[in-house]
Design a protein around this ligand. Structure first.
Ligand code: FES
Ligand SMILES: [Fe+2]
Length: 318
């Protein structure tokens, strides 16, 4: 397990809602912890992926009669995690009280399944840019071999767009970033009105300036809004080396864009980011601001590093 005093009590996305159907089982890994997720009567249940009998992975089992059955000796666990049947022993013999699973907090929100491997710092995950909207949210998951802190900082890094995303989100002929300010509050970081030249900002095919508002709500959850687009990146630390970047998007443009198309677009853009982020050394985000060179346009990244230091993160930082 990744033993980070802050992140263990955060909500992290373990899977997309649509990937776990009724009576379905999914294996996931979050914060170095192997998890089994399953769904019964609509509700998502999350446990450590471990049977207390002989340590088999419960995610290899199946759902029968509203219980999760271990693949090894068929012990059946009910939704509350209690073992209710041990097939190898006569039914009149009592089931040991210790025959239980190891529960993990789980909640379903914003079309995703969130888990907390410790004690949740907030009752539920909150992504304010989506609240109160009736548009549906698209979620796509993208694996990266990088620390989640580097992944989030890249998402907040505005000045890379003309280079990594040339022809899509920026133009190297017009790379300037105007000065901007970053506000810090209880709700995290906010930087409003960042302007950049883009080849096709509104779908009309005409290049123009585009204005972004950036947010970082939690140490591993960042967002931006621009025109009719709302986007969140929730970076889930899988283990010390791997991250899944979950992109959650809502857009009025997407009325004409189907889900597959939206996913292809997300994979293209985050794929361009991944090539760079995976190359960054050191892998750990340096919190000592003397370590790398910072410019005025890096204000948001500087504020992010300072905030992580204040929060006391130990994972993904140096
Ligand atoms: S290991 Fe699960 S029932 Fe034996
Ligand atoms: Fe990018």
């Amino acid at each position: 397990m990744i033993d980070d005093p802050v992140l263990k009590n955060e909500w992290h996305i373990a899977a997309r809602s649509k990937d776990l159907e009724e009576d379905g089982i999914l294996a996931s890994k979050v914060m170095g912890e192997d998890l089994v997720l399953w769904r019964s009567e609509g509700t998502v249940i999350a446990w450590k992926d471990l049977c207390i009998h002989r340590g088999a992975k419960l995610s290899l089992g199946k759902v029968i009669n509203g219980c999760l059955q271990c693949p090894y000796h068929g012990w059946e666990y009910d939704k509350g995690g209690a073992c209710v049947r041990i097939p190898a022993q006569p039914p009149e013999r009592a089931i040991p009280g210790k025959a239980k699973t190891f529960p993990v907090h789980a909640i379903e929100k914003y079309s995703a399944i969130w888990v907390c491997v410790g004690e949740p710092a907030t009752e539920e995950p909150v992504l304010p840019i989506f609240d109160g909207s009736d548009k549906s949210i698209f979620v796509s998951g993208h694996p990266l071999v990088a620390k989640a802190t580097r992944v989030i900082e890249n998402y907040l890094d505005f000045a890379h767009q003309p280079y990594i995303h040339e022809g899509y989100l920026g133009d190297p002929e017009k790379p300037e970033v105007d000065d901007y300010t970053v506000e810090k509050s209880e709700g995290g970081l906010t930087a409003l009105g960042l302007r950049i030249w883009q080849p096709n900002p509104d779908g009309s095919g005409i290049p123009n300036y585009s204005t972004y508002d950036y947010y970082c709500f939690r140490p591993l959850q960042a967002a931006f809004t621009k025109q009719k687009v709302k986007s969140v990146l929730a970076a889930t630390p899988v283990d010390e080396e791997n991250t899944v970047g979950y992109l959650l998007g809502m857009s009025e443009f997407r009325d004409e864009m189907d889900e597959e198309e939206a996913e292809r677009w997300s994979a293209l853009i985050i794929g361009q980011d991944a090539a760079i982020v995976e190359s960054q050394r050191p892998e750990l985000l340096p919190l000592d601001l003397q370590e790398e060179l910072h410019l005025a346009c890096d204000r948001l990244a500087i504020a992010y590093r300072r905030w992580l230091k204040e929060l006391g993160l130990t994972y993904g930082v140096a």
